[in-house]
Design a protein around this ligand. Structure first.
Ligand code: SMG
Ligand code: MG
Length: 369
């Protein structure tokens, strides 16, 4: 297929509830949607870069720049028959994984739709539903946090992740564990600690957590290996893993026992599947991370999580946890067994509602071959 048209839509959606992590509190999601068209078929991708360089150095602005100046020109007018053709065209671009990922993922969706195949099937996944959990942000008080956890447990989430930071850690986890002794529970520090804080994690080791996510520096693997050696609880890396190479280096030195795979952070579905395969060969479980996506990004995450080594619940909550009205339909709905159904049909399985996109859009750029 010859890529004839690419569009960048910059949009913003209000969260149903503000989301606070160790790097700050956000009330809305700003993001870029990208569409790629060829032979009368259109595929969609979502860029997970945020408004500011907090989770990652990438932002909506840097991603827009790299897409417009380097990635889109490398793809437009070119013949693409497989995702590998797109990946090869982006090979000269270092870093900017989130910018690369959204365009590559749009190509996967385009090709899957053209073939009349689901994205999950094209990736090689077999599951019809995927296990999911919910990520609960930092709240102003412990009582408010307990109310949020209670709400999500009542909604049917069987696995809860708590965001932690210094002073919002051991006592918070203790309180949640006391109230829900059997809940599958994990924590995510988003790099808020140093190796000198190891005592905090030795205390957390007592609460039967599934894992401790990214406790230390966002680029580190060496100190994480030293921390993992002191803990029973698996360390899980998120921010530190940007490619299959980072995953291999981390596993080689024992920096973690679990990896959180985010398609945007690792530069697209091809790299995400490589990391999945590598971890599977090493006996290391993976799970699918979330970036507060719309239904477009969520559909990609659900498809990825159908691969066999995604054995732990993903941060892929139901659509209602994020926005009142999404830009794509249908919504993902939580089943009583804490799973989401994998959509049928061609492509990633959701339909972008153009009128809704236009209503929340601040900029549109169109590129023609
Ligand atoms: O999509 O449900 C979700 C959010 C999951 O906690 C989540 N993501 O570090 O894993 C993480 C954070 C990053 C969020 S920054 C937008
Ligand atoms: Mg994380």
């Amino acid at each position: 297929m010859k890529i004839e048209r690419v569009e960048l839509h910059r949009i913003a959606l209000q969260y149903v509830h503000p989301f606070e992590t160790s790097f700050g509190r956000e009330r809305q999601r700003e993001l870029i949607l990208v569409s790629v068209s060829a032979d009368g078929v259109t595929g969609w991708g979502e860029c997970v870069a945020g408004a500011g360089p907090w989770y990652s150095y990438e932002t909506v602005e840097t991603a827009g720049h790299v897409l417009q100046s380097f990635l889109i020109p490398a793809l437009l007018g070119e013949q693409v028959e497989s995702p590998a053709d797109a990946v090869a065209r982006f090979g000269r671009v270092r870093g900017h994984a989130m910018a690369r990922a959204c365009l590559e993922n749009a190509v996967w969706d385009l090709l899957a739709r053209a073939r009349g195949e689901s994205l999950a099937a094209m990736l090689g996944g077999a599951r019809e539903r995927v296990p999911v959990g919910v990520s609960v942000g930092i709240e102003a008080t412990l009582d408010e946090l307990l109310d949020r956890v209670a709400l999500h447990v009542e909604e049917g989430y069987g696995r809860v992740k708590l965001k932690i930071k210094p002073v919002w850690d051991v006592e918070v986890v203790r309180a949640v564990r006391e109230r829900w002794p059997d809940l599958a529970l994990q924590v995510d520090a988003n790099s808020a600690y140093q190796l000198a804080d190891a005592a905090v994690f030795r205390e957390l080791d007592e609460f039967d957590l599934l894992l401790i996510e990214q406790p230390l520096h966002h680029e580190d693997i060496v100190d994480h290996a030293k921390l993992q050696a002191q803990l029973r609880t698996p360390v899980c890396l998120d921010e530190s893993i940007h490619s299959p190479e980072h995953a291999r280096w981390a596993l080689d030195i024992g920096a973690c026992k679990v990896i959180n795979i985010k398609v945007g952070r690792v530069g697209g579905l091809t790299a995400a599947r490589h990391i999945h395969d590598l971890c599977g060969q090493r006996g290391v479980p993976v799970w699918c991370g979330g970036m507060m996506e719309t239904n477009v990004g969520r559909a990609v995450n659900v498809a990825l999580a159908t691969l066999p080594n995604f054995t732990m619940p993903g941060d892929i909550s139901a659509s209602a946890r994020y926005f009142d009205e999404d830009i794509a339909a249908p919504d993902f709905v939580l089943s009583p067994d804490s799973t989401l159904d994998v959509p049928g049909g061609a492509g990633h399985g959701v339909r972008v509602e153009l009128e809704r996109v236009a209503a929340v859009r601040s900029a549109l750029r169109v590129f023609l071959a």
